[in-house]
Structure formats: C-alpha cells, structure tokens
Design a protein around this ligand. Structure first.
Ligand SMILES: O=C[C@H](O)COP(=O)(O)O
Length: 326
C-alpha cells in the first residue's frame, strides 16, 4: 500500500472528513492470518512492565474507557450511578495511596442506548465527559435505514457528542463495498459534528481480509473511530482482529494524513488484557494514538478489575519485570 501522504490536515482536528470511495485502496489487501496470529502471540508473551509504569498505564487505560451499560435492565438510576463512577472512577483513598490525588481522572465517555442519552447528559452536566450513544439499530443494524438514521439524529439532538453506529454485515459478506460506503456516509451526515465510531462487528465478517477492507471503507466514508464489536457477537474484540484494524488505520493515515481512532470492545474485562491492547496500539501506531481522542475501550466491567489491580499494587506478576516500561 502507498506510504505517501496525500495531504497535511490540521493536526489538532480529530475529525476525519472522509474521502471519495476508492476501490483501488481495497484491491491489494491480503491478510496473512498466521503471521497476524504469530505477531500478537509474541506480543503477549514477551513484554514486562515495572509496577510504577504499570500504574501509569492503568490510569491511562481508565481515561480511555467508554464506561458502558447496554442492558435490557438499564434504568435511569443505573445510568446515573454509572455516570457518578465515570466522574470519579477510583475511590479518593486509592488515588491518595497512589499519590495521584490531584489527577483529574475520569473515564473517556459514558456509553448508553439512545433511550438513556438524556439521563446521562444531565448526570454528567458540569463535567467534560461526553455521552456516547449506540444508535442506528444497535446491535444487528437490520432496522429500516430511515429508522436508523432517525435514531442517530435523535441521539445527537438529545446531547450525545459521540455516536457508535453499526453496519449492515451483509454488505461486507457480499463484497458490496460501495453500499457499505454509502451507508456509513449517510450516518456521517446524520452525526453532524458528533464523533462517529463505526462498529464493524468483526466476529460476523467472515475473515480478516473482510475486516481490513471494511475498516478501510468505514474510514473512507468518514468514521472518526473504527470499533471492533458491539459486545453482543459470539466473538468480540481479539488481538489479531485489532492488529488488522490498526494496520488499516496506519495505511489510511499514510494515504490521507487523518488519524482515525481505534476502539476494541466486548469481552475486555481484565487489566492485563487492557495492557495488551495498549501495547499493540503503541507498537503499531505510536504514542500519538494513546490518548482518549484516538483510543477507547468499550467495556462494562474493565474498570472494576483495574481498580482491584491498582489496590493490590503488583498483582500483574508477568508485567512486574525488569523493563522500565513499554
Ligand atoms: O461497546 C461496548 C461493549 O458492548 C461492552 O462489552 P462488555 O460488556 O463485554 O464489556
């Protein structure tokens, strides 16, 4: 793929305006699955991290969490409690013990169904924490297009500053990339100034070539983030899929100069797993991506494990090694 930068966009602008659909950018995508799996297995096996660096990385991980509740049992009370947690993700006493009591720590966002957007926006008033809504017919994306667009528009009107959209998997499975482009482009328009995260549902796309192509089409169509999963598929975020998506992000950056964000989501429940994803992002894209503006975890229970590990000090034994950090 091309290593040439097409343009030099404003580095402070995180939005990706997208580019016209270009099938040539898909033509030379051929993913070697075993090479991808070897690379991620190797990454998991080889790294170590001192306690001090581990703490810093876990605090960074918290700031990158889209604290999520996507349950049929969601109530305004439950969403308000989640928002309280987003404002103060760690107990004061723990922040003090870690000597970071002056750190203004919050999660990256609170992520809810459309129905709960207003409640979350009200509960987060006075903070800078954005509300992310899963709109557009989450999770299967099989409602009529007008309904899906109307839901996105309504979420934005209700105050969601980030919209997580789902795609029609059939477009990918049929290799109908132009239809996928048009669909994502329509959601881009409906999102207006809200940041758009495109959920690919990678566990339902067949193979890694489709993951890479769908990633590229979603970015061409103006996604600000690409996200692995809804959390409802039978296979959600994995490191191999993440590697493929990160390389697509790098490729898109080299072609256009736009830095699209990455959000692994679904089944990320441990601090150890979170560190693996962060390390992969650092190695593939560099520090410029390790910021809430370009990296998020979609997770409902990760924060609890990070808090436990921080309380226990050095519980991630394989990481408590000799290296002075990643
Ligand atoms: O986008 C967020 C996911 O739905 C959260 O999934 P999880 O409950 O497995 O953490």
């Amino acid at each position: 793929m091309s290593q040439k930068m097409a343009s030099t966009p404003d580095p402070h602008c995180f939005a990706n305006p997208g580019v016209p659909f270009n099938p040539e950018w898909l033509a030379d995508i051929h993913i070697n699955r075993s090479a991808v799996e070897r690379r991620t297995a190797c990454l998991v096996a080889r790294r170590s991290l001192t306690n001090q660096w581990q703490t810093a990385w876990l605090l960074k991980a918290i700031s990158c969490i889209d604290l999520t509740t996507l349950s049929g049992q969601d109530t305004p009370g439950r969403v308000r409690r989640l928002c309280t947690r987003a404002r103060a993700p760690l107990p004061e006493v723990l922040q003090k013990a870690l000597a970071v009591e002056s750190l203004p720590l919050t999660t990256g966002a609170v992520c809810v169904y459309h129905q709960m957007v207003e409640t979350a926006v009200r509960a987060l008033e006075g903070s800078t924490i954005p509300v992310a809504a899963v709109s557009s017919g989450f999770p299967a994306g099989l409602s009529p297009m007008e309904t899906r667009i109307a839901e996105v528009t309504a979420s934005v009107a209700a105050g969601a500053r980030e919209i997580d959209i789902v795609i029609t998997r059939a477009h990918v499975l049929n290799g109908d990339w132009e239809s996928l482009y048009r669909e994502v482009r329509a959601f881009r328009t409906a999102c207006a100034t809200a940041h758009m995260k495109t959920i690919l549902s990678t566990g339902e796309l067949g193979d890694l070539n489709n993951v890479a192509r769908a990633s590229m089409v979603a970015m061409m169509a103006g996604s600000d983030f690409i996200k692995t999963s809804t959390g409802m598929e039978s296979t959600n975020a994995t490191l191999p899929v993440s590697l493929v998506m990160l390389r697509a992000i790098r490729d898109y950056y080299m072609r256009t100069g736009y830095r699209v964000g990455f959000k692994p989501a679904g089944g990320i429940t441990t601090a150890r797993a979170a560190l693996h994803y962060m390390l992969l992002v650092k190695e593939e894209l560099g520090d410029a991506w390790l910021t809430p503006a370009r990296f998020r975890f979609g997770a409902s229970s990760l924060l609890g494990d990070i808090e436990r590990q921080l309380s226990q000090g050095n519980a991630l034994c394989p990481y408590a090694g000799a290296e002075a950090g990643y």
